[in-house]
Write a protein that binds this ligand. Structure first.
Ligand code: ADP
Length: 275
């Protein structure tokens, strides 16, 4: 039978555990806020040089268009990427102001192809066998284009990094219908799979096993997917690699007007960026 000393002992233990948990949550929240502030400051600072790169690239493209077509093409790509970086940076700033996502109907296969181009921009395409699993014409999804592409880029970059040391690198990206009103996207690699020491905490912020990793990609990706009304999770692929899945609402045949929904991420608590 439990004595009153036993009961007091276990009460004290429970209190100590509660205190430790609360302290941990405070520390995590403080770190997230500090990261958010850093992101907003960076976004603000990067805006000007990116705008300058975009306009220099446009001017160089005009000059090159009169001569070397290959150079003109490279300059056009340079300009496109700088404009895209500026768009991402502006979204960070806007997100900090409003804490919202702006959704519209987008063809999923186009969005995925663009994101894969970005994620693979600095690696040799032929070093990876890439399968697009879009059975029929992929559906349109209701999404914030830039944020959704960030999710795909994060998942594809992680997959490429996980497979870096593998002699055989295979990546499957595609989508299937998930019920009548959702679409399920998959990113499946042939790497070593998720380290068992990380599996339980994979989607928590600051969980990483990479020397230069921030451990934020998956937690941010999950927040983005959930803000869209979907889910993001990970399974073990049949070949042993990692299989990431996420769901998104498919766009109804009748297009809705662009709408915004609350984005439940830490950015909502940030101080507003400068002008
Ligand atoms: P980071 O890439 O900065 O480490 P993430 O949140 O994107 O942050 O990923 C957290 C961790 O999850 C990674 O450090 C890695 O250990 C693991 N991980 C993510 N994707 C994969 C994958 N495709 N295969 C194996 N491990 C992965």
């Amino acid at each position: 039978m439990a004595t009153s000393e036993d009961r007091q002992g276990s009460l004290a233990e429970r209190w100590a555990q509660r205190r430790a948990e609360t302290q941990f949550q405070f520390t995590q929240a403080a770190r997230l806020n500090a990261m958010g502030e850093l992101a907003v400051t960076l976004a603000h600072e990067l805006n000007q040089p990116l705008a300058a790169i975009t306009s220099y690239a446009a001017a160089a493209h005009r000059l090159a268009a009169r001569g070397d077509p290959e150079m003109a093409d490279l300059l056009r790509k340079l300009g496109d990427q700088a404009a895209r970086a500026a768009e991402i940076v502006n979204r960070v700033r806007e997100g900090a102001h409003r804490g919202e996502v702006a959704t519209a109907a987008w063809p999923l296969h186009e969005l995925v192809a663009e994101a894969i181009d970005l994620a693979m921009a600095d690696i040799a395409r032929e070093s990876v066998v890439l399968h697009y699993d879009f059975r029929q014409r992929a559906p349109e999804v209701l999404a914030d284009r830039v944020q959704l592409q960030q999710v795909i880029v994060n998942l594809v970059r992680n997959a490429l990094e996980a497979m870096a040391a593998s002699p055989w690198r295979e990546l499957r990206v595609g989508a299937t219908a998930d019920g009548s009103d959702m679409v399920r996207v998959h990113v499946i690699d042939s790497g070593p799979g998720i380290a068992s020491s990380l599996a339980d905490r994979l989607f928590e912020p600051f969980v990483t096993d990479k020397p230069q990793g921030m451990g934020l990609g998956l937690s941010i990706s999950r927040a983005i997917v959930e803000a869209h009304g979907g889910r993001l999770w990970c399974e073990r692929a049949s070949g042993g690699g990692a299989a990431f899945y996420f769901t998104l609402p498919s766009a109804p045949a009748e297009r809705p007007a662009p709408q915004t929904t609350a984005f439940p991420h830490a950015t909502a608590r940030l101080r507003p960026a400068g002008p």
